[in-house]
Unconditional design. Structure first.
Length: 557
């Protein structure tokens, strides 16, 4: 089995809900350091577990996964690190020395050869090292961390390593480190049932984001369906755990709090893809009943005219004018006026299409007719109002000005994904996708046209996002453009694989020119060096849907 073995700053090291209890409310997740071999853990203060190589032995990484790291030093020295239990890291070494460092004020004491670190903020760590076996524990009291260390002394490190390796034996691909890297990252981003959430739930990246996000959860489920359809179902059903009586589903939530805006509706689409793997109609029934309430809420609250077109909630923040759309800083919203949104309208068209399919699977004839008629109305209004014949392109429409908002973005290709456009209009969209002056960049498909004045390297103002590549890839296939769809798929896989081999991680988005390293791209401003997401978010590393959707592309290639 070819496990991931590339060390890179920012990679996650965490305990997954697949292996036991793991809660966002008292998480102890680490990221790999960039200036030394070690892991920085984020609690009230930073704590680092570092491997000291005093003899400066040459080293080689044998495995760098989300919960197991193995390093060889010279001929006989080594270091193995395992996240064995919640809040407990253990390992074994020869020829090198593990040490723990804590920033800021810290009172250290010893108890039975155990170093206790009290940072005076109600959090404690304890470190034990004896004859090459070590343990590092985190907790909210001295007795708590000492109990974990005592437990660790009775563990067999090799046995714990074999438990981790069993995951790869069951789900991994023997000849694909990239596929296994996706698995590794996806595993870290799972938390146990807690608060609102009745099942295992996922986050976009665990650090810096610890919330659940609506469309992220669906994209994650699309990836997980390939090897654990039951888990994929839970990731979608969690969205109904945070649904309000009105039908509203927030764009993000913790186990105890919900946001006040929503996010692109993609639940029926994702659920149907999971159903294709699981065949579970009880799951489909639950999705149908609850998602219908959500779509009706969208209709009541985000459709502001008689047209069956939908409008995002926007805000005044220039760096995040439309958090609800997922396209935080897209120049589409610089006009700062209410829009008939091409993406929202297409997502609703796609959802009603899949709700019809689900109703048919459940033999709900009246419901199938209801959603078929709803879909027809959306499709008709999109084509009548949002299509510009002169440009051969779909745009948002400025309601108060009664004119197109002629910002050409990646959202305008969603009519392919949602089966909205005629074959003739699909051909014109295909021409634009193949146009090197607009969207056919070195790494297609950029989030905004190269001709746009804002085109660059800042999030939705030029970079490539894997979720949109995935959706447009699916749309191209559905219209019969198999060859070009395959080209988009293969370029996406190749670019992500190349940057993974250089950087050891998969990122939130990528340079459409494929020149600038992902971590150097702007994210609502210039990146900060050295890397420190607690000061400023950069292009997020270990990004959930990049891993999940890449895995789906690889699995179903």
């Amino acid at each position: 089995m070819k496990l991931p073995n590339i060390w890179s700053q920012g990679q996650l090291f965490a305990f997954s809900a697949l292996d036991g209890e793991s809660y966002a409310s008292d998480d102890f997740t680490g990221t790999l350091l960039g200036d030394k071999i070690g892991i920085r853990f984020y609690s009230g203060v930073r704590r680092e577990l570092v491997i000291i190589n005093k003899s400066r032995l040459p080293y080689k990484f044998r495995a760098v996964t989300s919960d197991y790291i193995s390093i060889s030093y010279g001929e006989d020295a080594y270091c193995d690190i395992v996240y064995a239990k919640r809040h407990l890291i253990i390992g074994k070494t020869r020829g090198v020395s593990p040490m723990v460092f804590v920033e800021g004020e810290c009172e250290t004491t010893y108890s039975d050869n155990v170093l206790i670190q009290d940072t005076k903020d109600g959090e404690f760590t304890a470190f034990y090292n004896d004859n090459g076996l070590f343990a590092f524990a985190y907790g909210k009291s001295i007795p708590c961390v000492l109990e974990k260390i005592a437990f660790a002394k009775n563990l067999n490190v090799q046995t714990e390593i074999e438990k981790k390796l069993s995951f790869w034996d069951k789900y991994g691909k023997a000849d694909s480190p990239l596929y296994n890297k996706c698995l590794s990252t996806m595993k870290t981003q799972l938390y146990s049932p807690e608060g609102f959430f009745k099942g295992i739930w996922s986050t976009p990246d665990r650090l810096p984001h610890k919330w659940l996000w609506l469309w992220d959860s669906v994209f994650h489920a699309v990836g997980f369906r390939n090897f654990d359809a039951d888990l994929a179902k839970k990731l979608i059903l969690n969205l109904f755990d945070i649904q309000e009586d009105s039908g509203f589903i927030p764009h993000r939530a913790t186990s105890t709090a919900r946001s006040s805006i929503t996010q692109p509706p993609v639940i029926a689409w994702g659920a149907y893809k999971v159903y294709e793997k699981s065949g579970n109609k009880d799951f489909l029934k639950t999705v149908f009943e609850n998602n219908k309430k959500f779509l009706e809420w969208c209709r009541q609250n985000r459709k502001i005219t008689d047209k069956e077109l939908y409008t995002w909630n926007t805000q005044s923040d220039v760096n995040c004018r439309c958090d609800e759309s997922g396209m935080d800083n897209s120049p589409r919203f610089d006009v700062a006026k209410r829009l008939f949104a091409i993406d929202f309208s297409c997502f609703m068209a796609n959802e009603t299409k899949y709700m019809k399919k689900i109703a048919e699977q459940l033999s709900l004839c009246d419901e199938a007719e209801y959603f078929s008629a709803w879909n027809d109305n959306i499709v008709n209004d999109i084509n009548e109002t949002l299509w510009c014949e002169e440009d051969g392109f779909y745009y948002d429409f400025i309601i108060e000005d009664n004119k197109f908002n002629t910002v050409a973005s990646i959202a305008s290709f969603l009519p392919l994904f949602a089966d909205v456009c005629t074959k003739e209009r699909a051909e014109r969209l295909l021409c634009e996708l193949k146009n090197p002056e607009t969207f056919y960049t070195e790494f297609p498909i950029p989030s905004i046209s190269k001709k746009d004045a804002t085109f660059g390297s800042d999030m939705w103002r030029g970079p490539v996002w894997i979720n949109y590549n995935y959706m447009i890839y699916e749309g191209l296939k559905s219209y019969g453009y198999e060859e070009f769809a395959g080209e988009i798929r293969e370029k996406t896989i190749t670019v992500l694989e190349n940057w993974y081999e250089k950087k050891g991680t998969l990122f939130e988005y990528y340079d459409s020119q494929n020149l600038t390293p992902p971590e150097e791209l702007n994210r609502k401003g210039k990146p900060l060096f050295p890397y420190d997401f607690t000061v400023k978010y950069q292009t997020v590393r270990e990004y959930g849907w990049s891993n999940a959707l890449l895995l789906d592309l690889l699995h179903n290639r």
